[in-house]
Design a protein around this ligand. Structure first.
Ligand code: SAH
Length: 208
């Protein structure tokens, strides 16, 4: 699977390749789904949510340009898999703080992350649409659910020079945006069309 993602140009750096090879994706899904763990597809993880497809995780990791020591905020822990890939990239000097609105998913993700040996990830049950001011500022912000617009609190909590990757659009589809904060300026690049489950919360979509 990783070789295919490399051949398709989705994995470009040796660091992301190494992280994708190292993280055991099967530990982040239910046992009955395990035969499908190393296919490039999203899978159901409960509560109507999905673990992102590996190509999406690789693409987000590449565009975040994560390095050793980075402090990263993730919105939407889900299975914990994307957090684990980012944890590999920031190393033991770095930290991932990941927010999930569903308590049951957060508990499962905590167990999977522990089982896979990631001690530099903190899972918090809270509404990520308002970020997590307690640990701000963040070098990187990775949003793994679709927002109607870039939530202001997330921009505020991003370090100057920091990068956020976030799907923005309507419920059915979004554009994956790479947002760079440079002083008062915000530079936005569109990385292409994507489909994520919705960001539901105060600065996100309303619950249906
Ligand atoms: N990164 C995950 C992808 C999970 S899908 C993985 O690797 O598996 C997106 C997740 O975002 C879902 O679990 C959903 O419950 C969560 N979510 C949606 N709105 C949220 C919010 N406001 N705060 C925190 N999590 C949210």
């Amino acid at each position: 699977m990783v070789a295919q993602l490399k051949a398709r140009g989705i994995i470009a750096s040796p660091e992301v390749e190494k992280a994708m090879l190292k993280v055991p994706r099967h530990l982040f899904i239910s046992e009955d789904m395990r035969p499908l763990a190393y296919r490039d597809a999203p899978l159901a993880i409960g509560e109507g949510q999905t673990i992102s497809a590996p190509h999406m995780v690789a693409m987000m990791a590449e565009s975040l340009a994560l390095i050793n020591g980075h402090k990263v905020l993730e919105i939407g822990t889900g299975s914990g898999y994307n957090a684990a890939v980012m944890a590999e990239l920031v190393g033991s000097e770095g930290r991932i703080i990941t927010l999930e609105r569903h308590g049951s998913l957060a508990e499962k993700a905590k167990r999977s992350l522990h089982e896979a040996g990631y001690e530099n990830v903190t899972v918090v049950v809270s509404d990520g649409s308002i970020g997590y001011a307690l640990e701000a500022p963040y070098d990187r912000i990775s949003v793994t659910c679709g927002a109607p617009r870039v939530p202001m609190p997330l921009l505020d909590q991003l370090q100057d020079g920091g990068v956020m990757v976030i799907p923005v659009g309507v419920l059915e589809h979004q554009s994956l945006l790479r947002v760079v904060k440079k002083g008062e300026e915000v530079l936005t690049e569109d990385l292409g069309s994507v489909v994520f489950v919705p960001l539901i919360g105060e600065k996100g979509h309303r619950p249906s």
